[in-house]
Design a protein around this ligand. Structure first.
Ligand SMILES: Cc1cc2nc3c(=O)[nH]c(=O)nc-3n(C[C@H](O)[C@H](O)[C@H](O)COP(=O)(O)OP(=O)(O)OC[C@H]3O[C@@H](n4cnc5c(N)ncnc54)[C@H](O)[C@@H]3O)c2cc1C
Ligand SMILES: NC(=O)c1ccc[n+]([C@@H]2O[C@H](COP(=O)([O-])OP(=O)(O)OC[C@H]3O[C@@H](n4cnc5c(N)ncnc54)[C@H](O)[C@@H]3O)[C@@H](O)[C@H]2O)c1
Ligand SMILES: C[S@@+](CC[C@H](N)C(=O)[O-])C[C@H]1O[C@@H](n2cnc3c(N)ncnc32)[C@H](O)[C@@H]1O
Length: 722
């Protein structure tokens, strides 16, 4: 890894807002964004080949960019606000201001310590990687649902047999951890073991995790490989988990939060309980920040373990690993894997109900709640770690009964955020991907800066190509059979397609008695704010104005409003009316005649090839369409219409007709031809009504367009017949 220089000159310190002798990046941490920049031309060391992330074309930051004066440690959240305030007061500072952002990445261990100090318990959830792509898709849906309860973090186990480091394999441990972090927006910890790996391979695996944005590792030795009688390290590999902890520290400094495993019943291979505790202490002294325990069946075992750990000087948080019993088989499997004996009292209780899954689950929930209550009341645990076995129901119920499930209604921003620390300051996105946040995250994953404050000029922004519409986290969560029922087993005309749009918006059942809950452009049901304009939307869709995105105008709604609210309470939300739709060439001809009469409206009209491209927008001038005004804060404008980004989006929006819709029908079938014709012949339009305090004129424009088109057709017909 490169050695990054210590910022030493007064000028550099002032420019960077750093204090005297502040270490910008010590060679064991990630190169700072600043160093990335200089690596691109100003002679300072750049990323090595071990940094897998290619250097992308940088997103051009807005001219008044706060990031440009931030230090790496500020970005990592390791620099406290207090520290910055004292810097501002320092007389040695030059007159350039220190910009600091209120959004900072806070490492998991700091979050845990904060919650511990405040006495507000938390929970974390463990999952194992799925075997199949469809299993991965189901698991992602589980992550989305469990994320609502706000786990402090979730972790993904390391499966030596499942090619765990392969980031090209969607179901690997590393890929799934990256998906959980980047797409489900959950702070993620990845397990790693030493089994079958050389030190160099482990380093590579850690870099892969780092490049996905992962900041927490559960460092393990790993179970004995199948058939092995005793542990033998791999040639060129590591012996114990403590060696992996040391490797992480040596190579990455404080970049990763490190967690290790503890065994309240003693590790099965260790000669004595106390020797095992000494080995745990070695792991902590080598740099582990926290401990998660193996499951245990009696709380006394855990309490004794914690007080024994404290006696030998282990002071880091110890999270109890709790397994809600969910079935007879999974319990005996887990007990076998962890080499624990299930107490007779539990076996006696489940024996009579062992074939009744529901009864066993109810018993498991009852037992887990009882155990967790006692743990939480003991004052010895800051939170609880659950072995979910990839199932959500039991754990959700346990969390609800414990009062740990805290579904938050208030959204910090109107769009779904990721948990990637690189994007912690991201505050602005183009409206187009609003219903496809995973695609947006994927397409911008190579950026090393994200716009905050304002979107700026996106000429330099390069979006990753999207050729992988079939990646499980991009494609529909509904299987093809369900999509056929929603979108029509057969389509004979464009009007059949129009009806699908109307049914989606109104929630009405289609002719087969099925509700349309997904569309290619939106894999979720419509959002509450759409109900404000739903009737109007349905009316224009029924006449061939196929909307895929919209927002009503909003003039100072409270930020707590259930339909349009976001951000902290006490603020006000504003929106410009926005419509995005596909429509026919004939409608476009009429629209182009009408639009000049409405100067308060910005428009952009484009066809699939981009050859026809009409707009009255300044090409490089984004339009803020949503903003919030909050007490004691600057205005936040999280959503924009950006003409440059629209050109990128249009490729995706048009491709979805074919990739997501036509594909569900046999090739060359009538249904697929109907979709192909729409793709080839329709235009994509976006309209923004800038006059947000007044009733929106967008509906008038569309009515006029439809009337003009109808009368043109009539004229043409009568001309042809005369
Ligand atoms: C929370 C949790 C998560 C887990 N996740 C996974 C997973 O994702 N994938 C997976 O394969 N396994 C996982 N395991 C299982 C784990 O890999 C096994 O229990 C393994 O046998 C021990 O791993 P460890 O990291 O605790 O090892 P270590 O801490 O290395 O200990 C292993 C044994 O060696 C002894 N020991 C340690 N240091 C020394 C020394 N210097 N000299 C002599 N003896 C020493 C210890 O006392 C212990 O008996 C997990 C376990 C837990 C508790
Ligand atoms: N508390 C603990 O001791 C603890 C916690 C987590 C993991 N582990 C250990 O870690 C190892 C891996 O743990 P885990 O929970 O991920 O798996 P596991 O071996 O406990 O199996 C969990 C599930 O994954 C399935 N599976 C097995 N092999 C697979 C593969 N190659 N690819 C995909 N799925 C597979 C299994 O059928 C099972 O349903 C195990 O050896 C386990 O002992 C231990
Ligand atoms: C444009 S955004 C809303 C933007 C949000 N107000 C913001 O500031 O980020 C997405 C909206 O489009 C709506 N929507 C989804 N599918 C639609 C469709 N087919 N037609 C019209 N609106 C749709 C969603 O319900 C959602 O409210």
């Amino acid at each position: 890894m490169p050695e990054f220089k210590r910022i030493s000159s007064e000028t550099e310190m002032a420019q960077n807002g750093a204090g005297p002798g502040r270490l910008m990046c010590n060679g064991t941490q990630s190169p700072s964004k600043m160093n990335y920049r200089s690596a691109n031309g100003e002679g300072s060391p750049g990323p090595t080949s071990a940094e897998f992330r290619p250097i992308p074309r940088r997103f051009s930051p807005p001219s008044f960019d706060r990031q440009s004066s931030q230090t790496e440690s500020e970005r990592n959240g390791s620099s406290s606000r207090q520290e910055l305030e004292s810097l501002s007061a320092s007389s040695s500072r030059a007159n350039s201001p220190v910009w600091y952002n209120t959004r900072k990445y806070v490492p998991v261990i700091d979050r845990i310590l904060k919650r511990q100090a405040a006495g507000t318990p938390f929970f974390s959830l463990e999952f194992f990687p799925p075997r199949t792509d469809s299993g991965a898709s189901d698991l992602m849906a589980i992550f989305d649902r469990l994320a609502r309860g706000r786990p402090l973090f979730c972790d993904m186990t390391w499966h030596p047999k499942g090619d765990p480091s392969n980031t090209d394999k969607p179901t690997s441990s590393t890929s799934m951890a990256g998906n959980m972090l980047n797409y489900a927006g959950i702070e993620t910890m990845l397990h790693m073991t030493c089994v079958g790996l050389t030190t160099e391979q482990m380093k590579d695996n850690l870099y892969k995790a780092k490049n996905l944005g992962i900041r927490s590792i559960l460092a393990l030795r790993g179970d004995l490989p199948d058939g092995a009688e005793e542990w033998q390290k791999t040639d060129g590999g590591l012996d114990y988990a403590v060696d992996l902890v040391k490797l992480i520290k040596e190579e990455f400094g404080d970049y990763f939060v490190i967690c290790v495993a503890g065994y309240p019943d003693g590790h099965p291979e260790c000669k004595t309980y106390w020797e095992d505790i000494q080995h745990l202490k070695d792991k902590v002294e080598a740099g582990a920040d926290l401990i998660i325990t193996q499951l245990f069946f009696k709380n006394e075992t855990f309490f004794k373990y914690v007080s024994d750990c404290r006696k030998v000087g282990i002071t880091v948080p110890i999270l109890p690993g709790v397994l809600p019993i969910q079935g007879y088989k999974s319990l005996s499997n887990m007990a076998k894997l962890s080499k624990l004996e299930v107490p007779k009292e539990i076996l006696d209780a489940i024996e009579p109900i062992k074939t009744n899954d529901v009864a066993i689950r109810q018993y498991g929930i009852f037992k887990a709640v009882e155990i967790c209550r006692e743990l939480l009341n003991s004052g010895m645990v800051p939170g609880i770690h659950f072995y979910t076995l990839n199932r959500e129901k039991a754990v959700t119920q346990v969390l609800k009964e414990l009062g740990l499930w805290s579904e938050k209604i208030q959204r910090p921003l109107p769009w779904k955020q990721t948990a990637n620390h690189n994007r912690v300051e991201e505050e602005v996105r183009p409206i187009f991907w609003r219903c496809r946040p995973n695609s947006y995250v994927l397409r911008t994953s190579e950026w090393n800066e994200f716009p905050n404050g304002r979107w700026g000029d996106s000429r330099a922004a390069s979006f990753n190509d999207l050729q992988t519409y079939h990646l499980f986290y991009l494609k529909s969560r509904s299987p093809k059979t369900e999509l056929l029922k929603m979108w029509g087993e057969t389509l004979t005309s464009e009007e059949d397609v129009w009806k699908v749009f109307v049914n989606y918006l109104t929630g009405a059942q289609n002719e087969q008695g099925v509700k349309v809950t997904r569309m290619p452009w939106d894999d979720d049901e419509i959002e509450p704010e759409t109900s404000l304009i739903c009737e109007k939307l349905a009316s224009i869709n029924s006449r061939g104005v196929l909307t895929i995105n919209s927002q009503p105008r909003v003039n100072a709604a409270p930020s707590t409003d259930l339909k349009v609210g976001w951000g902290s309470p006490g603020g006000y939300i504003f929106q410009k009316a926005y419509l995005e739709f596909f429509t026919s060439k004939e409608n476009i001809a009429a629209l182009k005649e009408i639009l000049p009469r409405y100067p308060q409206v910005n428009y952009h009209i484009i066809n699939h090839s981009g050859e026809a491209d009409y707009t009255n927008c300044d090409e490089y001038q984004p339009i803020a369409v949503t903003w919030g005004v909050f007490p004691g804060k600057e205005i936040i404008q999280p959503t924009v219409v950006d003409p440059e980004a629209f050109k990128t989006w249009k490729d995706e929006a048009f491709a979805l007709w074919l990739e997501a819709w036509a594909h569900i029908y046999p090739k060359n079938s009538e249904s697929s031809r109907v979709i192909q014709n729409i793709h080839d012949g329709y235009y994509l339009v976006n309209l923004v009504d800038n006059d947000f305090p007044k009733e929106s004129v967008l509906w008038d424009i569309l009515e006029e367009m439809l009337t003009l088109k109808a009368s043109t057709e009539e004229t043409e017909i009568s001309a042809a017949s005369s």
